[in-house]
Design a protein around this ligand. Sequence first.
Ligand code: SAH
Length: 396
Amino acid sequence: MTVLPLVFDAPRRAKPPRHLADLTREEARDAVAELGQPAFRADQLARHFYAGVTDPAQMTDLPAAVREDLTAALLPGLLTPVRHQSADGGRTRKTLWRLHDGALVESVLMRYPERATVCISSQAGCGMACPFCATGQSGLTRNLSAAEIIGQAVAAAAAMANGEIPGGPGRLSNVVFMGMGEPLANYARVRKTLDALLTPAPHGLGLSQRSVTVSTVGLVPAIRRLTDEGLNVTLAVSLHAPDDELRDTLVPINTRWKVGEVLGAADDYARRTGRRYSVEYALIRDVNDQPFRADLLGKLLKSRLAHVNLIPLNPTPGSPWDASPIPAQREFVARLRAAGVPTTVRDTRGSDIDGACGQLAAADGIEDTVEGVPSIAVPVPAVEEGVALGAESDQG
Ligand code: SAH
């Protein structure tokens, strides 16, 4: 297996065209005014965007003469669906999206009896180089803009509302940042996305804080920054090993921030919010699933405000590893529970369409499928500053 370098600075690429979802409400009103329209049209556009309306003809509260212009100027289509793949009788749907510059990302919508969750991508590729993760092995292409991230959630909300997923029209209730990318390495845009998810309709998706989960490899300065924001979204930490020696190899960022530091930052988040965080742990046969590691993890977490989410490893191309056998999983769970640590085993929805955790790679053989997808003819603004880990500019 090749060992990839850690990449913090996203490659400089052309920015996506301007989109309302990247702007503050004030900026959007100014932009509309510059086009010679009353500022309140910005609110009308926002309402259409968050309701998933993309066809200008349906925006009947806008004068017909300006619908096309306003939409082109502030609601350009940033995400072009290349294909949908379904599993679980249609209740799990993975969508491959093509971005303005040809970059590809995926999102996965999962409908359960009592909730509907979309797993969204925050970067095209990922720079964190975890060897068991397909995205980590593909490297980082670029950060997504806020509008590109928000657009995935809006599309999922619209798919639910329009009854595209079996079970009749429904409501998107949960968003998890567990698709491609490391959300806290794209901090400013993820922060903006959180605002859009949490702002009540019609100016956002109106989700509750606890139903939004930010999952991180453990970028300590960024966890601390998130703690200072005063939000109460759910924090998930991808631990995968209780000891630094093993974690250094499974989650390479551990060479920079150790297990103790990551859990310390998560503890402070839990203290501030009063909410448990999740510890994600992919169970990999004979790598991190030994009984002694369960005991070590139990000891590490028993006095913390954390619960463990075990994920039987999903296979990825090129990786020699596979999931722990069921008896080893049971033993691991039993030992954690015996230590007093709340533990659940995650279901692996979508694994047959490579839509499960760590299987999103967006690479295989799609060249044919994207043929004929119109490229967007827009002037491309200057590139943005590279992103310094955990402290990037707030532009974007
Ligand atoms: N970069 C973020 C979010 C994306 S991954 C993070 O690492 O948390 C979402 C979750 O899937 C993480 O816990 C990740 O470690 C886990 N994961 C990655 N590859 C996996 C695989 N092959 N099998 C099971 N879980 C995996």
